[in-house]
Ligand binder design. Sequence first.
Ligand code: FAD
Length: 470
Amino acid sequence: ASGSEENDVVVIGGGPGGYVAAIKAAQLGLKTTCIEKRGALGGTCLNVGCIPSKALLHSSHMYHEAMHAFPSHGVKFSKVEVDLPAMMAQKDKAVSNLTRGIEGLFKKNKVNYVKGFGKFVSPTEVIVDTPEGGNTVVKGKNIIIATGSDVKSLPGITIDEKKIVSSTGALALSEIPKKLIVIGAGYIGLEMGSVWARLGSEVTVVEFAPDIVPSMDSEVRKQFQRSLEKQKMKFMLKTKVVGVDTSGGGVKLTLEPAAGGEQSTLEADVVLVSAGRIPYTAGLGLDAIGVQTDKVGRITVNERFATSVPSIFAIGDVIPGPMLAHKAEEDGVACVEFIAGKEGHVDYDMVPGVVYTHPEVASVGKTEDQVKAAGVAYRVGKFPFMANSRAKAIDDAEGVVKILADKETDKILGVHIMAPNAGELIHEAVLALQYGASSEDIARTCHAHPTMSEAVKEAAMATYDKPIHI
Ligand code: FAD
């Protein structure tokens, strides 16, 4: 279908923000079209982000476990080896099955899917350059911009996706690099660094800031960094890259302390640039129709996700807030609910964040530094997985649960978990926080034994009383 008939909702971008908004809009009875340029639905997340990275993290973890953990569990192999093309093929299969799954969901929900690059011609019309070379105009009473984000490059560094790669290239290397340098110690750099370190690369992470993952609770962060160092990842913090030389076989970086000082060089076969992501609005024609953006190029929206142009809305990575897939999805649902005349709500303080390394680190709510800075009187409850029976039974007991609760009311302010499955464990805390629970509410809730979740219960006990098992 061309979409020339007027839609109630047109969504530009088929990532987690856009495709979820489109499905929700159709479910609410609105005539909906979604425009996507990459030829596949799912956006950054599904094609070159969340999903392929988790596929490779799992595969590389299996190899690492086979090498380092299986023998102590009495499982022996005569030979363990990596078949990189097969590993990449399993990742690609997961991605293509999931993107096709979204096309299926579009059909089921009667979302009209238009392939091609969209550009505004008026506040209610988008012209789409189709892959066949023609174009079509898609009209909508309401238009949602869900164009996401793109890799941020660094001055003087050209990403060729071979020797100098972005996360996209790092998800598709054809050989295991002997040496890999990761520029930027955010979660994407650490996840990709972990993948290649497990497969045998010598990984050095260079970071300008004094700490890895700045959003993390500083106490948990220290333990996390130690854990990654045990896995042989090296860190050069407070260090900036001042020069890049690709003339030889590999890449030679010139480094300098962030505060200035003596330069050094570091060589690698591959350099991953993971210094953040920037909102993507190139070619959309925002200026011509008067959609406002902020200093860093994010589209400014009100609490109903409306931009400065009343018929145009924006969601996901292209607006302020955590640049995460689940946040984009929440935005999408709430935005469409507003358009349909209902109420919607997203609380950015309740968006969990997860680093999918091993162990994983997951958090929700405030860090201890933030609570302190806010001048709130608080208590801390902690419980190490070394004292959790399930973690000991499976011999995977590195990590901790840390709960921050208000000293007066015991209301939970923040929860930070480092554990093999922290990304799953965190949701009990997200729910508790969302319902305004106290730490005692969690502590008095029956948790199955033996589970890692018991560590959450015991950390909750520790905020106002004593845990049992330590
Ligand atoms: P996007 O997913 O970026 O989708 C935007 C879509 O719009 C794209 O497909 C693009 O092609 C399309 N588009 C842009 N302009 C136009 C146009 N003019 N016309 C037509 N189409 C257009 N987040 C998590 O929550 N968990 C994770 O584990 C995680 N891992 C990640 C790992 C990596 C390596 C990366 C890079 C990101 C990861 N993220 C993760 C972040 C996550 O991918 C993003 O937050 C999420 O994809 C944002 O969704 P979005 O819908 O706003 O935008």
